[in-house]
Design a protein around this ligand. Structure first.
Ligand SMILES: C[S@@+](CC[C@H](N)C(=O)[O-])C[C@H]1O[C@@H](n2cnc3c(N)ncnc32)[C@H](O)[C@@H]1O
Length: 277
């Protein structure tokens, strides 16, 4: 009964705004809708559904509670350090051997931009140190347009930067009162665009034109989806990666069964996988 009303709420949201949340874990959705039931003083889910139909602005609040944007710079810092110390030099060497001057990165489910900007900082530092002529291109996508807008502004609170090392903070952020403003030279390295990972008509964000990524970060996104929808996303991530490209997942995520043999885990301490073949 409860699940039926949740499905009706999702159907209404999809019809009105085109967002399809039907692949999200139902238990997670229910917990989130309950927040709105409480906030709108509705008596129960059915009451909330009527409220939603009568108050179209409430759709925005519902989308907000569904899209969980929690992120921070250098989240799970081990992955970034491993990339920096163990992966980039080899990746760049193989690029030079192929006479290929570009390094393509995709942050899928980028939230407010902390993840792709962390990647941009690492790449900037690495390429400058190596005096490399490689040109990194970082695509960052999300389904949440409000988050994308904030990401392109590049201004953060202390919560977002609390894991950033002093040297990096000092070099790439300018503190004004309580805000930390990211340097334009880092902002310029990232292209943000809207992209729904469940979109069945494309294998990579249209803004990236053809995918072919060397590194794909899709962290703390898959956990929200039912396994059959994770499969749609994994298929996309796999196909959008170059041969031997790297997939970086969140700490609580692993490749689903159908894809386990298509990726090799780089080490036990991080969720970095290398595409096989
Ligand atoms: C918890 S955040 C993760 C942010 C970042 N990757 C990290 O690990 O810090 C999850 C993000 O996934 C986005 N998201 C959820 N469903 C999505 C979908 N179908 N397509 C694209 N992004 C989605 C949300 O809007 C949210 O910004």
């Amino acid at each position: 009964m409860k699940n039926q009303t949740i499905k009706e709420i999702l159907h209404h949201l999809n019809k009105q705004r085109g967002f399809d949340f039907s692949g999200y874990r139902i238990s997670m959705l229910e917990r989130r809708v309950q927040k709105r039931v409480f906030a709108t003083h509705s008596e129960n889910l059915d009451d909330y559904l009527s409220y939603l139909k009568q108050n179209p602005d409430e759709l925005d609040n519902l989308i907000d509670v569904f899209t969980i944007n929690v992120s921070r710079f250098f989240r799970n810092s081990f992955s970034f350090e491993y990339l920096n110390k163990m992966i980039l030099s080899e990746l760049i060497l193989s690029k030079s051997k192929e006479n290929n001057n570009s390094l393509r990165v995709w942050s899928a489910g980028c939230s407010f931009g902390e993840e792709p900007y962390s990647m941009a900082i690492i790449l900037k530092e690495f390429l400058e140190k190596e005096e490399s002529s490689i040109k990194p291109i970082i695509f960052a996508t999300d389904i949440d347009k409000k988050a994308l807008k904030r990401a392109s502004v590049g201004t953060y609170s202390f919560e977002s930067i609390k894991e950033v090392k002093y040297g990096i903070l000092n070099t790439y952020f300018n503190q004004v009162d309580e805000k930390f403003i990211l340097a334009p030279k880092i902002k310029q390295m990232v292209q943000f665009s809207f992209y729904d990972l469940l979109d069945q008509n494309s294998l990579a964000p249209p803004d990236s034109i053809f995918g072919s990524f060397d590194i794909v970060l899709c962290r703390n996104v898959l956990i929200y989806f039912e396994p059959e929808y994770q499969k749609i996303i994994f298929n996309k991530l796999y196909k959008s990666l170059n041969k031997n490209g790297y997939l970086i997942l969140g700490e609580a995520e692993v490749p689903i069964d159908e894809f386990k043999h298509k990726f090799k885990r780089e080490n036990k301490c991080s969720k970095i996988y290398r595409k096989i073949g």
